[in-house]
Structures are given as C-alpha cells and as structure tokens.
Design a protein around this ligand. Structure first.
Ligand SMILES: Cc1cc2nc3c(=O)[nH]c(=O)nc-3n(C[C@H](O)[C@H](O)[C@H](O)COP(=O)(O)O)c2cc1C
Length: 380
C-alpha cells in the first residue's frame, strides 16, 4: 500500500471496520465543531518557498525528552487501538521500533503495557489517567516503572466524557452486550470480525488487573467513569511526587494552565483538545499553540496534537513553537487499513512530505526550522 495521503487510508479503514469502531475513531463530542476547527486552522497558513539555499541534505530527526525521534512526530495514545485489527498494539510497537517514532500506549489498551514494552526496540511512553481509586493509578505508575518506561503522559482533559453522538447512537459505553444493529455491522465487516473473533473476544488487557468488567463493552462502560472528576493541581503534585521519570501533561489549552504545569514540575505540556472529543466547541490547538509557547518561554517543551494529517501540518506546528506533534486517528486508520505495513508506509510518507516541504522552504534541520519560526509562514 503506497501512502498518498490520509484520505485514502481513512476510506480503506472505514470500509474494513464495523460501525461501532469506525464511528468511535472518527467521531467527536457534541456538534463535532472542534474536529473540523482543528483541520481548518491549518488552512489559514501557507509556507513560503525559498530558493538557492543548498538543501541537498535535509535532516528531520530530533530529540524530545529521552527520545531520539527519526521525525518530529509521535503516535498519540488511542484507546481500544487493538480493536483496529487483531494484534494492532503489537504492530504499532513494532512500527515504532522499526521507524524510531515514539508510541504512547493508552491506559485503555487491549494489550497490557508489559507485553507491548516487551517488543524489542519500541519507543514506548505510557499514558495514564488519575482514577478515583488512587491505588489503581499508583499500580499503573509502578507497572510503567517496572517496564522501563521513561515517560508518563498524564491526560487531564477528560474529567468527564461528554456526549459523543456517534458513540451514543451505537450504544458504545452504554450497552454491555452487542445490539442487533451492531451484530449486523460486525457481519458486514466480516474480514475484520473473522480476524478478531478467531482469537476469542478481546478485552482491555491493560485494565484486567482492576476488575472493571468481564467483557470489552462492560469495561468500556465502566472505565471512563472511573476517571476522577475531582482532580486538582494538588493531584498533579501528588503524581509528580510518585513518578521520578519524565512527565508530560496532555490536554492543556490555556497558557495559565501550561505555566502551572511547568511550576509543578511537568517536563512537557501537550496542547491537545483530544482530537475534538472533549469540549466542543474548543479552539483549534494550532490557534492556542503560540500563546502557550510564549507563556512558558524557551525553557519549556510544548508538543501538540489534534488535526495533524500532512507533513505541512507538522512543519506549520513546529514553526509555531511545538517541539513535536502527535497523530491520533491517523494511527488507528493506518492499522485498520493495512496493519503494520500500512503504518510504516504512513510514517514514511509523512517523513517524505516533511522533508520535501523543508527543502522547498530552504530549511535543512529541525533546529533551523525552530530558529526560523513563523518567518517561514504566511497567514492567508
Ligand atoms: C479513537 C480515539 C481514542 C483516543 N483515546 C485516548 C486515550 O485513551 N488517552 C488519551 O490521552 N487520548 C486519547 N485520544 C486522543 C489522542 O491521543 C489525540 O489527542 C487525538 O486523537 C489527536 O487528534 P487527531 O486524532 O486529530 O490526530 C484518543 C483519540 C481517538 C481518536
């Protein structure tokens, strides 16, 4: 499968997946205004071509926290990723190892963190939530430590899960057994169903030790409601004290919050609106990025996600101060469409686009891209 852009990959993925998971990946909260805003924000920017700059050598590798990244992007945490096809979590880990692109494992992972970390060479980060039962969180932190994970990503933009109309229609997080409508959709997606079901019904393996339900649908219903809505800065301080490794706070959209995260000891903040799946309408991440970068100054590390689909988006975000960007849905679509090979193809395709754009803009390294900043861009 040759990567010619994400539209094609998305189409193939959506053709393969049953409705429940097709909608789960694509959908957003309420009116899905933010999902669209995230994309539209990139359309406001063009990258100005430069000439006669000797771009015979362009390097797109970069260092972020403890990670030597082959390109300035990472695979963002996606819950239920292992439902994209059988073994998808392992495929992402192997792709991470082969391409040197970090992979952040979701708390809501089908495969346990321990098994994913056993994939040789995978560049793994562990995403966690603070649960109502702090013992679960403490145990997840310990597990990450025992797996040798160097970076925890604490997601803070989900004190509640808002209504996501597509999931609501499908009964995701509401039903504990598949409805007739879902069974029909599973039958229609017969290739997916055969691939999945011949290995038995999957569950959220990462949460198995905590008894949040016996089946995947039961776990889906229970797990989100276990995230503690009463979280405050005190809890971030508590978590910082528990974890000696690198800490990223994900889901920061306000400069004051970013400043506070750094004050509490976060090593990086991740500007994210959860891909438009939480507050709707929230601003596009690209629109709030410059203020957040300015608020924490050059000493702070900012990464962003939500709406990144092309190499140009990556360059645009980096020019506006992001050290790295994250890809959520593209990871899921690639795995659903063609597994590990499609994911590696997508990563390579994006790398190619970033390299092309940097060369045509007269930039030969990520360091120089950061130094040039917004002088590379023209608002249109
Ligand atoms: C299907 C799906 C599941 C997600 N699950 C999680 C999760 O478990 N933890 C988390 O921190 N973020 C989760 N996210 C948010 C992503 O990490 C990321 O912020 C978002 O997808 C970026 O937007 P994009 O999909 O437009 O790239 C999820 C996103 C999607 C699409």
């Amino acid at each position: 499968m040759v990567f010619v852009g994400l539209d094609c990959l998305q189409q193939t993925a959506e053709h393969m997946l049953p409705r429940l998971f097709r909608d789960y990946v694509a959908g957003g909260a309420h009116g899905e205004v933010t999902v669209l805003a995230n994309r539209n924000a990139f359309k406001k920017w063009a990258i100005v071509p430069r000439c006669l700059c000797n771009v015979s050598q362009v390097s797109i590798s970069t260092q972020w926290l403890d990670y030597e990244c082959a390109a300035p992007f990472m695979l963002a945490p996606v819950g239920f990723l292992g439902m994209m096809r059988y073994g998808a979590d392992f495929m992402a880990a192997r792709a991470s190892a082969k391409t040197k692109i970090p992979f952040c494992v979701s708390t809501f992972s089908i495969t346990a963190l321990e098994d994913i970390c056993a994939v040789e060479g995978a560049h793994v980060l562990a995403q966690i939530y603070v649960f109502r039962d702090r013992e679960i969180t403490r145990d997840m932190i310990n597990r990450a430590r025992q797996c040798g994970v160097s970076t925890l990503v604490l997601t803070v933009d989900t004190p509640i899960t808002p209504l996501r109309p597509r999931d609501e229609k499908n009964g995701f997080r509401r039903l504990t057994h598949p409805s007739l409508r879902q069974l029909v959709s599973f039958a229609q997606a017969w290739r997916w169903s055969l691939g999945m079901m011949r290995h038995g019904m999957p569950v959220l393996g990462n949460l198995q030790p905590y008894g949040m339900g016996r089946t995947l649908l039961e776990q889906a219903k229970t797990a989100a409601s276990q995230i503690d809505p009463s979280l405050t800065w005190k809890d971030l301080e508590w978590l910082r004290a528990q974890w000696g490794g690198k800490l990223v706070v994900k889901g920061v959209m306000h400069p004051d919050d970013a400043v506070q995260c750094v004050a509490v000891g976060a090593d990086s903040v991740m500007v994210s609106n959860h891909g438009g799946r939480q507050l709707d309408p929230a601003p596009a991440t690209l629109d709030v990025l410059p203020d957040i970068v300015a608020s924490i100054g050059p000493a702070g590390s900012v990464v962003m996600d939500s709406g990144i689909r092309r190499g140009a988006d990556v360059v645009c975000a980096l020019a506006q101060g992001s050290s790295l960007v994250g890809l959520g849905r593209p990871l899921a679509w690639a795995l659903a469409a063609g597994g590990e090979a499609a994911l590696i193809e997508m990563i390579g395709g994006l790398q190619g686009e970033i390299r092309d754009i940097m060369a045509l803009a007269g930039i030969t390294s990520i360091e120089k891209l950061h130094a040039a900043g917004t002088t590379l861009l023209r608002r249109c």
